[in-house]
Design a binder for this molecule. Structure first.
Ligand code: PGA
Length: 257
């Protein structure tokens, strides 16, 4: 059975104490349903701020139910890049996944596909899994350019990967108009776009493309998550706002296990 993923992207939220309180509250509740979590091969991942990765790693180190993701990393291996964090630094604090090319970074930090392609390579070289995000904006959808936009983001962000590297890759489809708006994509749109992404991955990587998890993100919540995860070629959810409150995140987990 293919793994399913629920990844909480905390973005720039929570102080250290708040982040620790959330994890401490979550852990016993996850332990209590661990058989259900294992029975559906659910991978639970939290992406806190960089500065909270290490203290959270210490909290979760004796638990196998939850893993760490980072929200970004730098595209160079190391060097004179003041204020940046490298892939190797993240791997050294037990980060397993790195979100690459979230639309907020594409928009506010002007991250380009070329830059993201080199980030993907650095994450892989450091032994972690990149989660490459793609998603059309509202203009692209309204003008029927949504598939072209996704095609270019995927082709541009996934460059020169070996088939071995591809096995560690995850892709997230996050339409920009659905992020943080409460306007979740319809099941028809999610199916159409995930099937399209699967076609691209199959065309590029052959049968290995069948195994690359494709996550949906954009206004997921406890009410809609089960139906979304039931969709064809939907292998998980990337959750922003609804992951911030532990009770709500726990409700989501309960609704899919
Ligand atoms: P949202 O964010 O769940 O708050 O819409 C999703 C994301 O940005 O990954």
């Amino acid at each position: 059975m293919m793994h399913k993923y629920l990844i909480g992207n905390w973005k720039m939220n929570k102080t250290l104490q708040e982040a620790m309180d959330c994890i401490q509250y979550l852990l016993p509740q996850l332990e209590a349903i661990k058989d259900a979590i294992h029975s559906i091969n659910l991978n639970l991942v939290i992406a806190p701020s960089f500065v909270h990765l290490w203290p959270i790693k210490e909290l979760i180190q004796h638990h196998t139910l939850i893993q760490l993701a980072a929200q970004n990393c730098h595209h160079e291996i190391q060097g004179a890049f003041t204020g940046e964090v490298s892939a190797a630094m993240l791997a050294s604090v037990d980060v397993k996944y790195v979100i690459i090319g979230h639309s907020e970074r594409r928009i506010y930090q002007k991250e380009t596909n070329d830059l993201l392609a080199s980030k993907v390579k650095k994450v892989l070289a450091a032994g972690m899994s990149p989660i490459l995000c793609c998603g059309e904006n509202i203009e692209q959808r309204n003008t029927g350019e949504h598939k072209t936009a996704i095609y270019h983001q995927l082709k541009g962000g996934l460059v020169d990967l070996t088939l071995q590297e591809v096995q560690k890759l995850l892709v997230a489809y996050e339409p920009v108009w659905a992020i943080g708006t409460g306007q979740v994509a319809s099941l028809e749109v999610i199916t159409e776009m995930h099937d399209f992404i699967r076609e691209i991955l199959l065309e590029q990587y052959g049968m290995i493309g069948e195994k690359i998890p494709i996550l949906y993100g954009g206004s997921c919540n406890a009410k809609n998550i089960a139906a979304i995860l039931n969709g064809s070629n939907v292998n998980g959810g990337l959750i922003g706002g609804a992951s911030l409150q532990v009770n709500h995140f726990m409700e989501m987990i309960n609704n899919i296990t």
